[in-house]
Design a binder for this molecule. Structure first.
Ligand code: FE
Ligand code: FE
Length: 278
């Protein structure tokens, strides 16, 4: 695999560690445990995710002209993302998506919520199409306005050309106060991409979960409240409800895709067409 991370899950694992509920508060802002690979990954992400880059990727991918796949087929395709992680301890992509969905299902949440768990990371197919790791995963943030110091490793933004553009470095930058997140161009990654794929098909709370699940500065740190409107704040309750299923649903027993497929195929058929534009 190309890039500073050994595999894409290294980013997810770093986030899990940062938000470990058993973590002592004094350790909270101590990222020293981050491996050199993780640090380098964030350096590249913060240096290269300019507003121009985010807008160009939206233009390139959000017309959904790259591929057509069935949802289950996309899960299996994502699973070809072979990495050099330890197969005994690490979950494959399909296992992580299924485990998230199963934890949501166990808690009795509605079927569309379970399905959201199943598909939430499908945007990572970007990596299989040759996008660098820093443009697929990583904590997301608004582009075109001042960087919050709540963003992990925010010091690396000094290397981002946007940090030298005064128009982008006021609190609101190119946006209006309270104008809502829909006006905001987030840094590019799997969240924004899959939101565009799913937006015709899933209910609004699901779309917020898909679009903002990596926006840790927003849903965990309370940053950028001045860009949100009341509707965003209401919908972010769903993003917050979703987050623990993404972070903490890892269990010793791996879900069996073969056994679970009939149930989830039923949910897929209910909400998505047989072929979906990516
Ligand atoms: Fe994700
Ligand atoms: Fe995930």
């Amino acid at each position: 695999m190309q890039g500073p991370l050994q595999n894409l899950e290294q980013w997810d694992e770093f986030v899990q560690e940062r938000y470990d509920p058993n973590r002592k508060t004094e350790e909270f802002r101590n990222y020293e445990k981050a491996t050199p690979g993780v640090r380098e990954f964030y350096r590249l992400n913060h240096a290269n995710q300019t507003r121009e880059f985010a807008l160009a990727k939206k233009k390139q991918y959000c017309g959904l002209n790259t591929s057509k796949m069935a949802i289950w087929e996309a899960l299996e395709y994502l699973n070809t993302l072979v990495d050099d992680s330890d197969p005994d301890t690490d979950l494959s992509q399909i296992e992580h998506n299924l485990q998230t969905a199963e934890a949501i299902r166990r808690d009795g949440h509605p079927d569309w919520f379970q399905l959201t768990g199943l598909v939430h990371d499908l945007g990572k197919v970007l990596w299989l199409w040759g996008e660098p790791q820093w443009a697929v995963v990583g904590d997301t943030f608004p582009t075109g306005c001042a960087y919050s110091d709540k963003i992990v490793f925010h010091e690396f933004f000094a290397e981002n050309p946007d940090s030298r553009n005064p128009a982008y470095q006021t609190q609101l930058g190119v946006y209006e106060k309270g104008g809502g997140l829909d006006q905001v161009d987030m840094s590019w990654g799997h969240d924004e991409f899959f939101y565009h794929i799913a937006k015709e098909y899933l209910p609004e709370p699901a779309l917020y979960m898909l679009r903002y699940h990596s926006f840790y500065p927003g849903h965990r740190e309370g940053a950028y409240d001045y860009l949100m409107n009341d509707h965003d704040r209401e919908m972010f309750q769903w993003v917050k409800t979703f987050n623990p299923y993404d972070l903490y649903s890892k269990s010793a027993s791996k879900p069996d895709p073969k056994e679970l497929k009939p149930y989830y195929q039923g949910l897929i058929n209910k909400y998505f067409p047989s072929q979906v534009a990516f």
